[in-house]
Design a protein around this ligand. Structure first.
Ligand code: GDP
Ligand code: ZN
Length: 294
């Protein structure tokens, strides 16, 4: 039977099979010997004992993608949360997360949270910048509930993870979407009988409104250092219409002459901020490459 790992604790994996039943499974010894660790989100083949909820994981199907922190596999969407107010939005981090998602073929949604605190024009400026890049954008307040329906509809039918800097409201949004859920927010334990979520395991939760989320807020950046500098521009959706217009075939859109991307920035077709951060990220990639080959 095929199923999905919802969580794994102490060598016991909860697997939901296609008929909706839950099975507590051990993994075959072979995985340990081969250094393979089943992950939350893994699609697996299991065998079960007759009429029990026990089972054994026989095989892990090929992963679409894999994340280290939290350990999870097969995300379909990354929700990148930024705050419209405080903490001041770290757009470089947001862009890096968009690159990380794009590199793994994972869809991205930008969620501008804390709309209740910010001036409407500031919310709109953030939302417009990312909508203009071709990403889905939702504006929310975990406090007033504004925009939660729009966020829920982005989550329906897919497996999502939440990412973004600390304090932007990821835990608060998850708590608002899953009422039975009780994640600590603001660094304080919401309930005293629960430990800090740093020690918790990633669990795949079903949202009452449809879709699934990994309950650990804060998918963090892996190193994007392995992206060839020449591929970076291809991960910017808003550059796509211009890439074929650059004179140099291997244009990095930095200081090359007759660069169609730079022309689009100058002409106001591509956000200046996004482009300036692109250059920062590009320089980081070039620098790490230089270090590696020196
Ligand atoms: P996380 O670190 O991203 O998980 O952020 P938290 O969910 O822990 O939120 C950090 C702080 O911001 C907490 O004190 C929340 O109560 C507060 N907060 C989160 N979302 C909102 C919001 O939309 N509006 C307001 N006013 N406060 C929020
Ligand atoms: Zn160019």
């Amino acid at each position: 039977m095929q199923g999905v790992i919802l969580k794994g604790i102490g060598g016991f994996y909860t697997v939901e099979t296609e008929d909706g039943r839950l099975h507590t499974c051990r993994a075959r010894g072979r995985f340990r010997r081969e250094g393979v660790r089943p992950l939350t989100g893994d699609r697996v083949d299991i065998t079960t004992e007759t009429d029990t909820a026990e089972g054994r994981i026989e095989a892990i199907l090929p992963r679409d993608n894999e994340w280290k922190r939290p350990p999870a596999a097969n995300l379909e969407q990354l929700v990148i949360v930024i705050s419209a107010y405080w903490p001041k939005p770290d757009l470089l981090m947001c862009d890096n997360l968009l690159i990380e998602a794009g590199k793994r073929n994972v869809a991205a949604v930008v969620c501008v949270n804390k709309c209740d605190l910010a001036r409407p024009e500031d919310v709109r400026a953030l939302a417009d910048e990312y909508a203009a890049c071709g990403h889905s954008v939702v504006c929310t307040s975990a406090k007033t509930g504004e925009g939660l329906e729009a966020l829920q509809s982005e989550l329906t039918g897919v497996v999502s993870g939440f990412a973004g800097q600390s304090g932007v409201g990821k835990s608060s949004l998850l708590n608002a979407l899953v009422p039975a859920f009780d994640l600590e927010t603001g660094g304080r334990a919401a309930r005293t009988d629960r430990g800090k979520h740093t020690t918790r395991h990633a669990e795949l939760l079903r949202l009452p409104g449809g879709g699934r989320v990994v309950d650990t807020p804060g998918f963090s950046l892996l190193s994007i250092g392995d992206i060839p500098p020449g591929d970076l521009g291809g991960l910017y959706l808003e550059f796509a219409p211009y890439l074929s217009g650059c004179k140099h075939r291997a244009c990095l859109h930095r200081s090359e002459p007759a660069c169609a991307v730079k022309a689009a920035v100058d002409g106001g077709k591509i956000s200046k901020g996004r482009y300036e951060r692109y250059v920062i990220i590009l320089d980081t990639l070039l620098e790490s490459r230089r270090k590696r080959y020196d």
